[in-house]
Design a protein around this ligand. Structure first.
Ligand SMILES: Cc1ncc(C[n+]2csc(CCOP(=O)(O)OP(=O)(O)O)c2C)c(N)n1
Ligand SMILES: [Mg+2]
Length: 345
């Protein structure tokens, strides 16, 4: 049995190599420059979210810090507004990449009336934008995976060339929903990409206690390619995602991508990670931070330090302005608090 799994994996796991050392084409440099700005924006929004959380203005903070390269580069391989994108609570950088405004991220964090995802009635970062085909998701881990398989099935029935993508963490692969979604997508060869952001932890539980096998190997059990990629290398992620999306769009079925990322901060602002992560582990995660790594890569490719510094300050100002706009927007009307809970007469 083991040999069969290994054979299937060897055939399909072609994307692990990173190209940090190799030369970049002009097109790659231009892609990386755009992604760097979106990654910076996600990081700046993330940092400001933690500040408003500490100020007591937001009840719960969830973070994409350390996942930005994986999210931005994978989302860049999609057709925004055409493909279905099932995000999870950590997907803020992916959401920004496909067109969610930072003002709206902050409106959801601050539970404002005009939060377009849920009018301030959901946890932050539970994106829901019809125009962008970002369907509403639950906080319940992995429950959106069968939905993504269902959207793939709908595309098949409707004869559309849409691809459906589900973003989720390593812990989600231990849920029955993962098994059901990959079984269904695998049997029907649906146009779905299962994109796992493996940060090695499900809150405090290490991946070894969630998964008996490397996550990308699980694809073979459902008849689909399983690919492991360095999730801190945006070009490697982009290539893996492009291959999976192309395969799905041409009718060849689903793929599983495991992007190895780092969670740079606590699971949420309700979590003290120093209880279960040693200073050495935190330093090792910090050393893989995709932002300084990409900055070095761009400098090495000839992008001027002054250009990078300009983007950094512009993006910071953009995030701060978005926060001010959201803070100034109206709070929900208290009289509406029970709206949508019960059928109205
Ligand atoms: C069904 C379910 N069980 C438990 C939780 C509590 N919970 C929220 S996030 C999380 C960890 C999920 O880890 P992973 O899938 O690796 O994603 P990560 O947060 O690391 O990106 C858990 C256990 C939940 N939301 N839903
Ligand atoms: Mg995890």
């Amino acid at each position: 049995m083991a040999a069969t799994v290994e054979a299937a994996t060897v055939e399909t796991a072609t994307m692990a190599a990173t190209n940090d050392a190799g030369p970049l084409s002009g097109e790659e440099i231009s892609l990386l420059q755009g992604w760097y700005r979106t990654m910076l924006l996600a990081r700046a929004v993330d940092e400001l979210m933690w500040i408003v959380g500490a100020q007591g203005k937001a009840h719960f903070i969830l973070t994409s810090r350390g996942h930005e390269a994986a999210q931005v580069a994978s989302a860049a391989a999609l057709r925004a507004g055409h493909d279905y994108i099932f995000t999870y609570y950590r997907s803020m950088a992916a959401a920004l990449q496909v067109g969610v405004a930072p003002e709206d991220v902050f409106r959801s964090v601050l539970a404002k009336r005009d939060d377009p995802f849920a009018g301030g009635r959901q946890l932050p970062n539970h994106f829901s934008v019809r125009r962008l085909r970002l369907p509403a998701g639950s906080s319940s881990v992995a429950t959106h995976l069968p939905h993504a398989a269902g959207a793939g099935y709908a595309a098949r029935v409707l004869g559309e060339d849409t691809v459906s993508v589900a973003y989720f963490g390593d812990g989600a692969t231990a849920k029955g929903d993962f098994h059901e979604a990959l079984t269904f997508a695998g049997i029907w060869k649906l146009p779905v990409v299962f994109f796992c952001e493996n940060n090695g932890l499900a809150i405090s539980v290490p991946v070894e206690l969630e998964s008996p096998a490397p996550i990308h190997l699980k694809g073979a059990g459902y008849g689909m390619p399983g690919v492991r990629v360095d999730g801190c290398d945006p070009l490697a992620v982009y290539r893996a995602m492009q291959e999976a999306v192309t395969r799905a769009r041409r009718g060849d079925g689903p793929s599983l991508i495991e992007a190895e990322v780092v969670r740079l901060v606590a699971h949420s602002n309700a979590d003290d990670q120093t209880v279960y992560r040693t200073p050495d582990e935190l330093a090792a995660a910090q050393a893989r931070d995709p932002l300084p790594r990409l900055r070095r890569r761009l400098l090495g490719a000839g992008v001027a330090e002054a250009a990078l510094a300009t983007w950094e300050s512009e993006v910071r100002a953009r995030a701060e302005a978005a926060l001010s706009t959201a803070e100034a927007s109206p709070d929900p009307d208290a009289a509406d608090a029970r709206k949508y809970l019960y059928a109205e007469a």
